[in-house]
Design a protein around this ligand. Structure first.
Ligand code: SF4
Length: 205
């Protein structure tokens, strides 16, 4: 939906674009509706709205509402920072919300996802869960959060009521050029055995 973003995550491969003010790069509502009409005609079942940070644009909510009217399932992939502000609308517009939230330890989250306010994101997730939205927490595993990862699913269920947990690896950009090796967790550092991490990922089916 947009390259713009209100955070500055240390592994972001969108760094050159996230502060762009060139809205001409963003699809307008008419075009979005046309795309969704085409998708429905092609029997597309599900669409993911992402960015940048998709909730920076009101059109993400409008387009998701439009998609749902066409019978398309909607997912929002978000950094979670605007969920509290858009709680009511987002709960109605999206079937699923996937929140990039890297650690239950606030200092780790702040160090990785620079500019985030972990408490605020937690409140947004709680609001969504209480509204009955299917929420998945999707941390990106780096060397900065790998040690605390095992305790994350249990914390998320206890503190946020969220039982869906889907850790993601640190990826390269589309052209395979940007790979911040200094941030990668080494295989030996990943939790093993009967950990909360495994339990959490198994919940996802
Ligand atoms: S939330 Fe996504 S787009 Fe925004 S800074 Fe982080 S990685 Fe980049």
């Amino acid at each position: 939906m947009t390259d713009r973003c209100n955070l500055q995550c240390i592994y972001c491969y969108n760094q050159g674009y996230r502060e762009s003010t060139d809205k001409l790069q963003e699809l307008d509502m008419d075009t979005l509706q046309q795309l969704l009409d085409d998708a429905a005609e092609l029997s597309v079942k599900s669409v993911v709205f992402t960015g940048g940070e998709p909730l920076l644009r009101r059109e993400s909510i409008e387009a998701a509402n439009y998609a749902r009217k066409l019978g398309i399932k909607t997912t929002c992939l978000t950094n979670g920072s605007l969920l509290t502000r858009r709680a009511g609308e987002a709960a109605k517009a999206f079937d699923q919300i996937v929140v990039s939230f890297d650690s239950w330890v606030a200092e780790e989250n702040e160090r990785i996802r620079v500019g985030c306010q972990p408490e605020r994101i937690s409140t947004g997730i709680r609001d969504m869960v209480e509204s009955g939205v299917d929420v998945t927490i999707r941390p990106v595993i780096t060397k900065h959060n790998v040690e605390s990862m095992a305790g994350f699913p249990e914390w998320a269920e206890r503190e946020l009521g969220c039982t869906s947990f889907q850790p993601a690896p640190l990826l390269t950009d589309k052209r395979g050029r940007y790979r911040p090796a200094r941030l990668l967790a080494q295989p030996g550092e990943l939790p093993s055995g009967e950990t909360g991490l495994q339990a959490g990922t198994e919940n996802l089916g």
